[in-house]
Design a protein around this ligand. Structure first.
Ligand code: EPU
Length: 292
């Protein structure tokens, strides 16, 4: 079956990806699909596999940097309600890969379930969060995850049980093409206390990180035992600019993309920061952003 037959309504061609990412830079996707059901998604993945078209999954674009030349394959945007269900039963929370992490966090807190509240304010989807084991110093999503349903590049639906799941700092064994659904097992706690803790965390985040700007999450991972933001700051790099890309004055591990910014500006700024931190602080920084 040809790649797009029957999918004309849900696949667009040469879709600019900038508007689908927080940094709002980068080129277009050759194909951009918004499947409405898991069945459509699976069929699209199978066809991509048969035709040799590379496929990638886009959540909310809060942790990716798209190259200026774009992506010459199929972007699968998990945006439809069918991918965003959230079910809370007893101590377990089952969420679709396309559900917003923030919704899952607040839903759990309102039901008096503790574990995920430290993740408040982390943007993006459950799938994205699991792909990179999103977290804070207070914990990460992986430690609460007991099961996941994924789709492989060949379009096969597989169950990953607790014993197959391994999570580390910004690392996850869930490297299948799609994370369709995941289940977390949480603990019970007093909903009022929990809500207070969540609010406190949110205020702290807002006070220390840039918000309402064109930026993604932290650009670099924290090297063991230290903070990338602190190192970049100590190297005197806050406010450093290349073209429209600037190291945030508020938190040095964020890059702000000003309206005329290009991906090339950001990539050059990333290189400059890495070189300077290595030279001045003797530390190597590893990227946390996904580059497409
Ligand atoms: N600091 C500076 N200058 C800066 C930024 C930070 O001196 O410009 C200092 C702070 O004063 C503090 C230390 O560095 O003493 C640590 O800063 P912070 O508490 O902001 O934590 P972080 O290590 O920079 C990590 C995560 C964040 C997460 C926060 C809060 C990484 C790379 N970053 O940041 O996650 O929100 O802890 O838990 O792991 C992300 O993953 O995208 C992200 C932003």
């Amino acid at each position: 079956m040809p790649l797009l037959t029957g999918f004309e309504q849900i696949v667009r061609q040469n879709e600019p990806l900038a508007m689908h990412t927080w940094l709002q830079v980068g080129g277009a996707a050759k194909y951009f699909a918004e499947p409405e059901s898991p069945e459509q998604l699976i069929e699209l993945i199978r066809r991509c596999h048969q035709e040799g078209v590379p496929a990638r999954v886009l959540g909310r674009g809060s942790n990716i940097l798209v190259r200026d030349e774009g992506f010459k394959g199929m972007v699968l945007h998990l945006y439809a309600p069918a991918f965003a269900n959230i079910k809370i039963e007893g101590r377990s929370v089952i969420a679709g890969g396309g559900a917003l992490l923030g919704r899952v966090v607040t839903g759990a807190v309102h039901r008096g379930l503790t574990g995920l509240e430290t993740l408040i304010g982390i943007p993006g989807t459950v799938g994205g969060a699991l792909h990179g084991n999103a977290g804070t110093r207070g914990g990460s999503i992986g430690q609460w995850t007991i099961q996941a349903t994924v789709i492989s590049v060949t379009g096969d639906v597989l169950q990953r049980q607790a014993d197959e799941l391994e999570f580390g700092y910004q690392q996850s064994s869930l490297d299948d093409l799609v994370i369709l659904e995941a289940a977390c097992q949480l603990d019970e706690d007093n909903p009022q206390e929990l809500a207070k803790r969540m609010q406190k965390q949110w205020i702290l985040k807002r006070a220390s990180q840039p918000m309402g700007h064109q930026s993604a999450g932290c650009v670099f991972k924290n090297p063991r035992g230290t903070s990338a933001g602190e190192l970049i700051d100590a190297a005197g790099l806050k406010g450093t600019r290349i073209g429209g890309a600037v190291v945030s004055d508020r938190h040095a591990n964020f890059i702000i993309a000003e309206p005329e910014c290009t991906t090339e500006d950001i990539l050059r700024l990333i290189e400059l920061v890495r070189e300077q931190v290595l030279q001045r602080m003797g530390m190597e920084l590893e990227l946390a952003l996904d580059i497409w």
